[in-house]
Design a protein around this ligand. Structure first.
Ligand SMILES: [Zn+2]
Length: 549
């Protein structure tokens, strides 16, 4: 005899065994106790939440020889026949594969053949898949159903069920199970079935189940059959970390390792998308994250490091390849290309990747180009959730907390500058702070041209300095440190940061402090700002060119 699947073995057989659907149970039990059961129900909810199990329990209690408080006895002939699937009183039809009008006429014909004294329950699964003529035929029957017939229409997509059908049925909504209930249930099943399953594997099973009792038990069955240990090849953490670190090598290595251990590329992509979705939820609506506590913390941390736009882009890119994979001969290649796309953002040109890049630019040019750029998404202090559309503000990397004193402004000048907006930062990184007395900060630029450049940004810089010190700061320029003199004509060619160089510094993650000493090569002097931008954003088009002053 074949081993009964865990889901069948532990499928609920009484109303009080149904998990997480108390509102549905209450409505049905009250109706049964008062002999006021409806003739047509619409059960809607995600897959694996107990819709057909509930319909069977309803059939059982309506036909039970000794029902008790709205529960079937579970031992009489009728209950036994329904439990074993041999009852004439329950008829299940999957509308997804029997969606024609002929199927419906056949069903209606059978429903008219009454069995005196008994209730016949017709379960029509995925009712939103019915063809229009089949739906019309069903509708006619729903208007005047034969006595003692109960129709239970089940659907995962109630929006697709026509309004007329919905209006002729009692609509009961099934919900995904709270993680806590499912966790309890899984542990109970493990104990009852005498399975050996590690803690890590339980966490994985709950994650894969995503709140559906059936999917969770199916996942548990697979894990138990494989020895009860967590399936490491399917852990999406390594992939998410690779996306955070923008490390294509790491992503490809993880793919190769997973596939070598027998992972299917499609399942792998689904796993990663599932985790990214949890990341997305933990940024936008932390209450909706359905994960065991330990995973929840880890995923929230990953999400913060990734930032909302990167998460969304990753979901989009992987979602697209999941569709393509249905027809692609080499699914592995698709997932590899997608991962490289996601890990090397500088090569992508779609809108979301540009937004991700701009966010990173705003967050600051990192001094160490090889270090991963970690930029937490902006958090709304009031709600603790990520702000959408909010402009990323760059915190000043000052080591001390609280407003800076005059002395600190000078001693921590380079940290202060690193908190400026991109252009101001590029220019001011070559400007040194000389002194600060009574809110007047004296600075010194390397030469006249650089000073003029810096003066263009003085207003913005003063505003920022005032905001970090909590008082008004005025910037005054000392005479440039390296004033070119007529006596030394060679010095007259002292390198000056041109617009082009600054633009290049901003867009190419070059350490801006090297700007003034960088040799002015032929290519930079002959390259326009537009060319530099085009280089930084391959494939971009110049839409509007500002007039030269
Ligand atoms: Zn019974």
């Amino acid at each position: 005899m074949a081993v009964q699947s865990l889901y069948r073995r532990y499928r609920p057989r009484r109303f009080d065994e149904l998990k997480g659907q108390e509102h549905v149970v209450r409505a049905l039990q009250n109706a049964v106790i008062n002999h006021r059961e409806g003739q047509a129900y619409l059960f809607s909810g995600p897959r694996g939440t107990g819709k057909t199990s509930t319909a069977r329990i309803l059939a059982k209690v309506l036909n039970c020889e000794e029902p008790e408080n709205g529960e079937p006895c579970g031992i009489c002939n009728s209950c036994g026949a329904i439990d074993s699937g041999n009852s004439y009183d329950v008829l299940e039809l999957d509308a997804a594969s029997n969606n024609g009008v002929e199927n419906m006429r056949d069903l209606i014909e059978r429903s008219s053949l009454g069995n005196p004294g008994r209730h016949r329950v017709f379960i029509l699964d995925e009712v939103h898949m019915l063809s229009k003529p089949a739906e019309a035929a069903l509708l006619k029957t729903l208007e005047e159903p034969p006595p003692h017939v109960v129709f239970v229409l089940a659907t995962t997509d109630p929006q697709k069920v026509s309004e007329t059908i919905r209006s002729r049925t009692q609509h009961l909504q099934f919900h995904l199970l709270p993680m806590h209930d499912l966790d309890e249930h899984v542990r109970w099943v493990i104990k009852d079935a005498n399975l050996k399953v590690s803690e890590a594997a339980i966490a994985q099973v709950l994650t894969q189940g995503g709140g559906s009792a059936r999917d969770t038990l199916s996942a548990l069955e697979l894990v138990a059959a494989g020895g009860g240990e967590a399936d490491e090849q399917l852990s999406p953490d390594e992939f998410v970390e690779a996306i955070i670190d923008r490390d294509p090598g790491r992503a490809l290595g993880a793919t190769a390792a997973a596939i070598q251990r027998g992972a299917d590329p499609r399942m792998l992509a689904e796993e990663i998308v599932r985790q990214l979705r949890e990341c997305f939820l933990s940024l936008m609506a932390p209450d909706l994250v359905q994960l065991p506590e330990q995973r929840k913390t880890l995923v929230a941390e990953q999400a913060r490091r990734m930032g909302a736009s990167t998460v969304v882009r990753a979901i989009e890119v992987l979602g697209e390849i999941l569709i393509e994979m249905r027809h692609a001969p080499d699914a592995r290649l698709l997932i590899e290309v997608a991962l490289v796309k996601l890990t090397s953002v500088n090569n992508a040109n779609d809108n979301s990747s540009l937004i991700a890049r701009i966010e990173r630019l705003e967050a600051g040019i990192t001094r160490d180009a090889s270090a991963p750029m970690v930029r937490p998404a902006p958090i709304n202090a009031a709600t603790g959730k990520v702000q959408l559309g909010g402009k990323a503000t760059v915190a000043v990397a000052a080591p001390s907390v609280g407003p800076l004193s005059d002395e600190q402004l000078v001693s921590q000048w380079s940290d202060v500058v690193s908190g400026f907006k991109a252009l101001a930062r590029a220019v001011f990184s070559a400007v040194s702070a000389v002194s600060c007395v009574d809110g007047v900060l004296t600075v010194s630029a390397p030469n006249d041209a650089h000073q003029r450049k810096a003066q263009e940004h003085v207003a913005a810089v003063e505003a920022q300095l005032s905001s970090i010190t909590g008082r008004k700061i005025t910037v005054a320029f000392n005479a440039p440190t390296a004033r070119p003199s007529a006596a030394a004509p060679a010095r007259a060619k002292a390198p000056v940061a041109t617009d082009e160089q600054i633009a290049e510094a901003v867009f190419e993650d070059v350490d801006p402090s090297q700007l003034t000493s960088a040799p002015t090569t032929k290519s930079t002097t002959t390259t326009s700002v537009e060319d530099q931008l085009a280089k930084a954003f391959p494939g971009s088009k110049l839409v509007d060119k500002p007039k030269k002053k």
